[in-house]
Design a protein. Structure first.
Length: 337
């Protein structure tokens, strides 16, 4: 089978097509014929040599968390999943035994890790991480859901976003950003989002964004947000100086959930503003498999339509990563092996 592998951690030029033996499922495993696999900034960080998870010793490395397709074969002891089932993978990997796994939610597992391997024609996965797809959810759409929508959903829930809340989403045009705007809208909230691109912001307005701010300048964004109102929640996947910004514009008692560091790993927080304002800042990673099951239902019911900017063939996976690096796309980028 063919796979798109990282053979050099130098950016999109480091992606090559490789041949690999066809995988066979072990006990508890399934092999999925991958129709589609969403890519994420997480993969791009790896490809740029900016991830602690993968280094030169791991090359060639096949990434791809969000695989969807048709089950080809199952191993011994697999129940509930059969060859021919259309499925999407929950890429969470947990130990199942630590105290966080026992208490839940599962994404707090102290040995939490992620599945990689979906950018290939076949993927060998844990069968109990597969979610069957209802009729009406095609595999390309399904491949857009897991990482971005689970992460956004989980952060909105951690920030207790509800009807009438004002939610601020710095960087509202990418995978997590668009997912947050769409899901906050489903939750009945009003949204403010930013982008450096007027054209991309316009598309997100069509997807439900209430207030778009076309700027990358922190002070300008601060002024515009405050003119709209003080957000009840900030959903922050950019990190960097957007963190101090998000904390300062929050309303009294509001919550900022953080899942990423695209704009940097450090920020300055106004500590007195934090404690005098009774604000909460929470870290959040991925979501639970049940979050993904609910999201697949929301998509099947027509409540959310995952936004896919473009699909790419497996041999064009390098171009898919280049589009992400160049900030060309709105929503998700999906590769179709
Ligand atoms: N902890 C977790 O479980 C988890 C899960 C998913 C994602 N994440 C993290 O969340 C972040 C978003 O992931 P994603 O897959 O949604 O990425 P993505 O699709 O590439 O996000 C694109 C968005 O980021 C903005 N952006 C890109 N580079 C920027 C920069 N240097 N400064 C400011 N804004 C920038 C873009 O703004 P423009 O519109 O201006 O181009 C766009 O709105 C990543 O850091 C990722 O690692 C974490
Ligand atoms: Zn655990």
């Amino acid at each position: 089978m063919r796979a798109a592998a990282f053979t050099d951690l130098i950016g999109p030029e480091g992606v090559s097509l490789v041949d690999r033996p066809d995988p066979k499922p072990g006990p508890g495993e399934a092999v999925v014929d991958v129709d589609a696999c969403g890519i994420n900034r997480h993969d791009l960080f790896i490809l740029e040599g900016d991830s602690a998870m993968v280094d030169a010793d791991d090359l060639p490395f096949v990434t791809g968390l969000d695989a969807a397709g048709v089950v080809g074969e199952v191993g011994a002891d697999v129940r509930g999943i059969e060859p021919g089932d259309r499925v999407v993978l929950c890429p969470n990997q947990t130990c199942g035994t630590c105290r966080f796994c026992r208490e839940g939610p599962e994404n707090t597992c102290e040995r939490f890790s992620l599945y990689h391997g979906g950018l290939a024609e076949s993927a060998r996965v844990q069968a109990d991480r597969l979610i069957p797809l209802p009729d009406g959810v095609d595999t390309t759409t399904a491949a857009a859901i897991p990482t971005a929508y689970m992460t956004a959903f989980h952060m909105l829930r951690r920030a207790e976003v509800g009807p009438g809340d004002l939610v601020f989403v710095p960087g509202a045009t990418g995978g997590v950003g668009v997912a947050t705007v769409q899901l906050a809208t489903v939750f009945g909230a009003e949204t403010i989002g930013t982008s450096s691109s007027a054209a991309k912001l316009e598309r997100v307005r069509e997807l439900g964004l209430d207030h778009g701010i076309e700027s990358a300048a922190i002070d300008e964004i601060r002024e515009e947000v405050e003119a709209i109102g003080r957000p009840d929640a900030v959903i922050n996947h950019l990190g960097g100086e957007f963190t101090g910004l998000g904390q300062s514009v929050l309303r009294r008692g509001g919550t900022m959930a953080i899942c990423g560091r695209t704009a940097g790993n450090e920020s300055t927080i106004d500590i007195s503003n934090l404690f005098l304002g009774h604000k909460r800042v929470v870290g959040s990673t991925m979501g639970t498999q049940d979050d993904l099951r609910r999201l697949v239902e929301l998509v099947a019911d027509g409540d959310v339509a995952p936004e896919i900017d473009r699909t790419y063939a497996l041999e064009d996976a390098d171009a898919a990563f280049a589009a992400m690096q160049d900030r060309e796309s709105v929503g998700k980028i999906v590769v179709e092996p």
